[in-house]
Write a protein that binds this ligand. Sequence first.
Ligand code: C2E
Ligand code: MG
Ligand code: MG
Ligand code: MG
Length: 288
Amino acid sequence: AAKVAGRGRATEFQPEMKQAFLDRHRLQNDLRGAVERGEHRLQFQPIVDLQADRTLGFEALVRWDHPELGPVPPSRFIPLAEESGLILDLGRWVLREAISTARLWSEDVFIAVNISARQLTDADLVPFISATLADLGVPPRRLEIEITETALVDNDAIAIRTLRALRDLGCRIALDDFGTGYASLSYLQRFHFDKLKIDRSFVESCRVDENSSAIIAAVCALARRLRLSVVAEGIETADHRVFVAEVGCGLGQGYLFDRPLTQGEALERLAREANLTQAPTSANTSAI
Ligand code: C2E
Ligand code: MG
Ligand code: MG
Ligand code: MG
């Protein structure tokens, strides 16, 4: 009976696995052409000062609209791009597009860009960033580089050297998805980040899970001691916002403020805020 069940299961799952394999290969193949044809675009999600209720910057998030399959999420294609090395071309496109978008904003608004492990070991990364910033006339301090802990695991000596070079250039460095990697604290010891981004998984459950709330509070206390700023990711409700602000988190990002926006929508958001500042008596002040 076991054998029959086993065989039954094999025939049941095989086509699915085959399909998954084909999809993966298809995406992998299509990705190269997609980068060349410019099928990617960026969205921009605001990062907000929780006290002042103001947009301090935006995180650039890459999108891929596959001509036949429709939107493919970055969680699917970024790993494929890393495997094939195509992340180097895609990453350069993202950087240039993100930095040119930042030119449309006022001087004090930053742009955050996600950089993957493979890019950190590319000897051309720092010269490319430096040249692109100079070419587009954007000061390095307006560019924030987001690195996940997992990006540091494999090649940490080279990765940390790259981060130092970016820091020397004047860019800010943020540790993304903080708390989900293997050695969060040891990276804090080895490199002085400017910012920690507390992973969404902690924020999501902060009101219902005492462990999550304790972790967020402790990370905020730690960050204060290390003089780092902290962003809570994935703030979806006013409850989340109040909790993270109470325990000392200065910045927030999440659907409560805005979903990732188009370039035009990001500009509109900044214009709206500028108008509110100019006309503080306006009836529609959106303070929560
Ligand atoms: P991340 O850097 O941690 O980006 C935050 C992710 O959380 C984004 O997902 C964003 O859309 C999502 N998010 C923001 N607020 C909320 C919220 O309130 N609730 C929920 N449920 N989600 C929220 P996205 O755009 O799908 O990106 C996923 C990951 O893909 C990013 O995580 C980042 O690691 C990677 N990624 C995105 N763009 C790039 C890129 O240009 N280069 C590289 N190397 N990786 C990228
Ligand atoms: Mg990020
Ligand atoms: Mg994150
Ligand atoms: Mg993430």
